[in-house]
Ligand binder design. Structure first.
Ligand code: CUA
Length: 341
């Protein structure tokens, strides 16, 4: 695919840029952040206007002596009232900003509760990899889930009566990454050897987009985030499908055998088969995902075939190599992958 084709696809997959604006918050935490941002901007803006105003006025007003001056101008050695004013005023302003920032941090940083039945709470482990996201679904509403998926988070939408939050536990498998869905929350880093957490909650159903926000290598810019906010019914259906092992369709038995005979299985897992690799995205329900390669291309039979043939032109430097499969083997494997719904 040429560069222009890639850009067009990228635009189509990523949706409008408004989907990633912090000025269109869709969760209580994001609201709190944008309110703080605007307040801080107004306060610092006023300071800027006052300071620059005094400076410009002085430059203009004292551009030349008003009267013929002889000898030295009057010498001024400090002023106690002015000293007190320009120490006290910034101290008060900073203290005020510390207070409002603390309030926002309080709103945004929720400690993780224990999972229990009836709490409508989803728990997911997120593991950042170069350059994709692994999601380990732990539990929902007190039910143990225990399946793994990649790149596209699904969560239930909240409504006026019921809050349905998701608690993400953030870890990294390699370098620092940062989880950022601007309309839902601020950035939280995924740091090797450290565990961070983040709560998301929204009353707005639909797709929210995000982006890895910490430089993590060649394909950092193509480490995109997709959060599907489903209705509770849609979410239950999605959970039921993802919880199942992969279907064994006899029509694609040849492709399945080919897939399992290749080194695909060293990195990828397909539940219900001997493929148990954990180095790359879990493929058990690959076709239930809208995109490939961490959100950069739409997931269609054609793009999937391109990806299996050689991922490098699509995502240069990504850790999946081209395997040099024969056309026949590649077709069989793609047909098998297409059966993983
Ligand atoms: Cu991951 Cu940048």
């Amino acid at each position: 695919m040429d560069v222009i084709g890639q850009c067009a696809l990228l635009a189509a997959v990523r949706g409008s840029p408004g989907n990633m604006s912090i000025f269109a918050p869709a969760s209580p935490g994001a609201h709190s952040i944008v309110d703080l941002a605007i307040l801080t901007f107004v306060v610092t803006g006023l300071i800027f206007v006052v300071v620059e105003g005094v400076l410009l006025y002085s430059v203009w007003r004292f551009r030349q002596p008003r009267v013929e001056q002889t000898g030295e101008p009057p010498q001024v050695y400090g002023s106690m009232p002015i000293e007190v004013a320009w120490t006290a005023a910034p101290t008060l302003i900073v203290f005020f900003l510390v207070l409002v920032t603390t309030r926002t941090l309080w709103d945004v940083e929720k400690t993780q509760p224990k999972s229990k039945p009836g709490d409508n709470t989803l728990f997911v482990n997120v593991i950042g990899h170069q350059w994709w996201w692994e999601y380990v679904y732990e539990s929902y509403d007190g039910r143990i889930l225990g399946f793994v998926t990649a790149n596209e988070l699904h969560m239930p939408v909240s409504d006026d009566d019921t809050m349905r939050p998701v608690y993400l536990t953030l870890k990294s498998a390699d370098v620092c990454h940062s989880y950022w869905v601007p309309r839902l929350a601020g950035k939280v880093d995924l740091i090797p050897g450290r565990v961070n957490s983040l709560m998301l909650e929204t009353k707005e159903p639909g797709l929210q987009l995000g982006q890895c926000a910490e430089f993590c290598g060649a394909q950092h810019a193509n480490m995109l985030l997709r959060v599907n906010v489903d209705t509770p019914e849609e979410f239950e259906r999605w959970l039921a499908n993802e919880s199942k092992a992969a279907l064994e369709e006899s029509a694609v038995a040849d492709g399945r055998a080919k897939f399992l005979a290749q080194s695909c299985v060293n990195c990828h897992a397909v539940r219900g088969t001997p493929a148990r690799g954990t180095y790359a995205p879990d493929l058990t329900h690959l076709m239930s995902r809208q995109t490939l390669a961490s959100g950069i291309i739409e997931n269609t039979p054609e793009t999937l075939a391109d990806w299996v043939r050689d991922p490098q032109p699509i995502k240069p430097g990504c850790l999946m190599p081209a395997f040099g499969l024969t056309e026949r083997d590649q077709q069989l494997i793609v047909r098998y992958l297409l059966s993983l719904r």
